[in-house]
Design a protein around this ligand. Structure first.
Ligand code: FE2
Length: 125
């Protein structure tokens, strides 16, 4: 078990989005095993495609006022992921990647999910 365990206070008030956020914590745990880094990067790509689009659609439907800034944070994550996936294909860089990927994902949990995502929870039904 990694450093992060899901707690009820992280809930954004939508079971589907909460489940997707729990999935991200699982991916961080998977990084404890360095041999699974490629798999984690693949699954992050799926996470971005499914979760960010689901979340953005829900926020649009809820007329969330900070949607533009929120989408920009998602875009920054997508750009970081693209750079990380490219770096993973470079053998001399790949071995140094795991710690930085783990650090980025943990800061995303603390700064995005626990702050920016929590902020929209009061706008959802
Ligand atoms: Fe978000």
């Amino acid at each position: 078990m990694g450093d992060f365990i899901w707690k009820p206070e992280y809930s954004v008030g939508d079971d589907h989005l909460d489940d997707q956020h729990k999935g991200l914590i699982e991916l961080i745990d998977m990084l404890e095993n360095e041999s699974r880094m490629g798999e984690v990067l693949e699954r992050l790509e799926v996470y971005v495609d499914e979760h960010f689009r689901d979340e953005e659609r829900i926020l649009e439907n809820a007329s969330y006022p900070d949607i533009v800034a929120h989408k920009q944070q998602h875009k920054a994550f997508e750009e970081w992921l693209a750079v990380s996936r490219r770096a993973f294909r470079e053998p001399e860089v790949a071995s140094m990647l795991r710690d930085s990927i783990r650090a980025y994902l943990k800061s995303w949990l603390v700064n995005h999910i626990m702050v920016s995502d929590k902020d929209y929870s009061s706008w959802l039904d």
